[in-house]
Design a protein around this ligand. Structure first.
Ligand code: PLP
Length: 399
């Protein structure tokens, strides 16, 4: 960590990210240590990935065991960890079958392919169009950046994929357009994460789900950021009284080990058959060991209750800070995915927070995104508030 916030250094790594001046070498729980032996409070969780904190024991143990036996095995053969993880995910969701891949973008890519093939081969009528929403974020592959409702993500990549339409988020009147578009599927985030931590309105989601059901449109939820306990239930959709046809997950599923998946209802899963989709690494023994240990731990502990308790506590503490600092305009989010709408540049706050040994994120130009691990304690939340307050003070003083 360096005191100044200069960002670029010559590097053989391609400059697809503007990196902060921090080199993290070690992590445990809610903390990371940099190459100068600074201890930083990590309220990013690797962008909602290290949901059980850094290097969580149950996942570490399972991975260490799996490392002794088998690292990789082709999907041409049966993989017990994959079967068990798929069983766990379907027993604890409204879905019936799982396809495993390696990332969030790949999960959404699989969802898009499933919807198109379902429309073309199973339904055989209507269009194979996919409807998504403005400000959404669905990934960086060509299909998922096209699905993403943000021009800045798409710029320079034309020609984009055909077959996508975008509607305004949380807008009931716009839903009438579904009747003319007649899409194969609708893909949405229940809390738009990258787009500014904007929760979907429950009545709007219900209305959308109803239209999908009546018109044989697949309802697909992108739970890559909201899933795996982040919002206080295993999946965010559980809080919306809906049953999606397809759920895409990644990030928190492997506690940092790369893994993604879609969970589909039996009918939607008919879109794929042997040979129609695949992945060399998808669901390999190591990745599914991490997934199995992560999900088992969440289900067999009180973690989801803790998330809800800590979410309320964090809200209260941020609310007190908001009363002291007009810098905070609004607090929004769900569970331990929080967004602080600020009147200043959010990136400046994130950069200054590093000087106070706190890692946080932005979600657009004026939203600070807070993603503590689901294992966070009240003591760590208090420490976070202290560090954030110090950051606000230095911004106020113009330091
Ligand atoms: N969908 C959502 C909602 C996300 O937040 C992200 C990543 O931030 C993705 C998809 C893409 O996931 P990945 O970066 O693993 O490809």
């Amino acid at each position: 960590m360096t005191a100044n916030n200069s960002i670029s250094v010559a590097s053989p790594v391609m400059a697809t990210y503007t990196r902060f001046p921090v080199t993290i070498l070690k992590g445990k729980g809610s903390y990371v240590w940099d190459d100068q032996e600074n201890k930083l409070l990590d309220f990013t969780s690797g962008i909602a990935t290290c949901n059980l904190g850094h290097v969580p024991e149950p996942v570490k143990e399972k991975l260490e065991k799996q490392l002794q036996n088998l690292w990789h095995c082709s999907n041409l053969y049966s993989i017990p960890n994959q079967e068990q993880l798929a069983a766990l995910l379907t027993e604890n969701s409204c879905g019936d079958q799982v396809f495993f891949c390696n990332s969030g973008a790949e999960a959404n890519e699989a969802a898009i392919k499933l919807a198109r093939r379902y429309a073309n081969k199973v339904k055989g009528s209507g269009s194979a169009e996919i409807v998504t929403f403005q400000q959404s974020f669905h990934g960086r592959t060509l299909a998922t950046l096209t699905a993403t409702g943000q021009e800045k993500i798409q710029q320079g990549f034309s020609p984009l994929m055909p077959g996508f339409s975008y509607l305004p988020f949380n807008d009931s009147e716009a839903l009438v357009q579904l009747h003319s578009i007649k899409p194969a599927a609708v893909l949405l985030e229940l809390v738009q994460g990258e787009g500014g931590v904007i929760p979907a309105n429950p009545d709007w989601v219900k209305e959308l789900a109803q239209i999908c059901k009546e018109n044989n449109i697949l309802l697909m939820v992108d739970e890559i950021q909201t899933g795996i306990g982040r919002t206080g239930t295993l999946f965010g959709y559980e809080q919306y009284s809906i049953e999606p046809d397809v759920i895409s997950i990644a990030k928190g599923l492997g506690s940092g080990f790369p893994i993604g998946a879609i969970i589909a209802k039996e009918e939607a899963a008919k879109g794929f058959e042997p040979g129609s989709h695949g992945s060399t690494f998808g669901g390999n023994p190591l990745a599914t060991a991490a997934g199995l240990a992560t999900v088992t731990h969440i289900l067999n502990s009180n973690l989801l209750d803790d998330v809800n308790e800590m979410s309320v506590y964090l809200d209260l503490q941020i609310q007190s800070l908001k009363e002291k600092y007009s810098l905070i305009k609004e607090i929004r989010g769900k569970g331990l995915l929080k967004g602080l709408v600020v009147e200043t540049n959010a990136l400046e706050i994130v950069q200054k927070a590093i000087e106070n040994k706190l890692l946080i994120l932005t979600a657009g130009p004026n939203v600070v995104r807070i993603l503590p691990p689901l294992t966070v304690s009240k003591k760590e939340i208090n420490e976070f508030i202290e560090k954030l307050e110090l950051t606000f003070q230095s911004i106020k003083k113009g330091e």
